[in-house]
Design a protein around this ligand. Structure first.
Ligand code: MN
Length: 291
């Protein structure tokens, strides 16, 4: 027996993208549409901005100042360049392979948009944003920002030089990831070359999923096509991936956070009372200032 995790469900890409501001044309895999919130915890949301050409613009497209409380936003750039500013005084620009890991915690205001030069030139833009829940004990932690450049992400070469795993967070076959996290989780950005065939283990206690960003793959006996989202059962440890063509895969896994979720837009807490407090604090200006 190979001890492979069984595939629970494969979801194809949602039919239509939504716009976040005017710069992020994203397909939402969860929570909207697919009722898999329990099976993907600690991840709250997956927005995938599939590759899309944005024509030149003098005014950078994006989403203007907005708040978050109670969780983390993680942005991975695949094509183009994403800029970020927040009320905790952090800012940064990420390019392909880079990651912004923002802990909203007790509350920040931020804005997210296309980097200025990229906007002026126009071009293909591709990114993913994942919301990572925080457990009750850390929801009101001080805001934090980890800018993780591609160079700072540990890389694991696949056998026969058939690709590379960027260990954004967690642990890939013993190699520790770049990001510090509040609960145990894995985030792997995997680039595969045609003919790749490899496997890795994820603890049984994790909820586990992957998104096929590019190409198509065979995973644990199932075929997953471009932009398919694969949700696994927690019945074994092993994931085995192979492909006949070049492919890119994002793997998300983590220990579920077994607590109630109360969400109002950009605030994710445990109770309605805490949501009211979040709204009051935001209206009272307690999330700081950002122009
Ligand atoms: Mn945001």
């Amino acid at each position: 027996m190979k001890n492979l995790k069984s595939v629970k469900i494969i979801l194809s890409r949602p039919d239509r993208p939504g716009m976040v501001g005017d710069g992020f044309r994203v397909f939402n895999y969860f929570p909207s549409g697919n009722n898999i919130r329990k099976e993907v915890s600690p991840f709250l949301m997956l927005d995938f901005g599939a590759s899309h050409y944005f024509p030149p613009s003098d005014r950078p497209r994006g989403v203007d100042v907005h708040p978050h409380r109670g969780f983390e936003t993680v942005t991975i750039a695949y094509k183009g360049a994403v800029a970020h500013h927040d009320s905790a005084g952090n800012s940064g620009i990420i390019r392909p392979g880079d990651v912004q890991w923002m802990t909203a915690g007790s509350g920040v205001l931020h804005k997210e948009y296309h980097e200025e030069n990229f906007s002026k030139q126009g071009g293909d833009f591709e990114m993913a944003q994942i919301w990572v829940n925080l457990p009750k004990a850390h929801k009101m932690t001080a805001p934090k920002y980890q800018e993780i450049t591609s160079a700072g992400v540990p890389k694991v070469k696949l056998p026969d030089d058939k690709g590379e795993v960027s260990v954004i967070a967690g642990n890939f076959n013993g190699i520790k990831g770049a990001a510090s996290t509040f609960t145990p989780l894995n985030m792997f950005d995997i680039k595969l070359k045609a003919g790749a065939n490899f496997s890795f283990d994820i603890p049984k206690t994790h909820n586990t999923s992957l998104l096929v960003i590019e190409g198509n793959i065979k995973v644990n006996g199932s075929e997953a096509q471009t932009h398919d989202f694969v949700l696994f059962r927690d019945d074994a440890e092993k994931i085995e991936i192979s492909t006949d063509i070049d492919a890119v895969v994002l793997v998300l896994s983590g220990e579920p956070i077994d607590e109630p979720i109360a969400q109002y837009g950009p605030f994710v807490m445990n109770t309605q009372q805490e949501l009211m407090e979040a709204i009051d604090d935001f209206n009272a200006g307690k999330f700081g200032k950002l122009d």
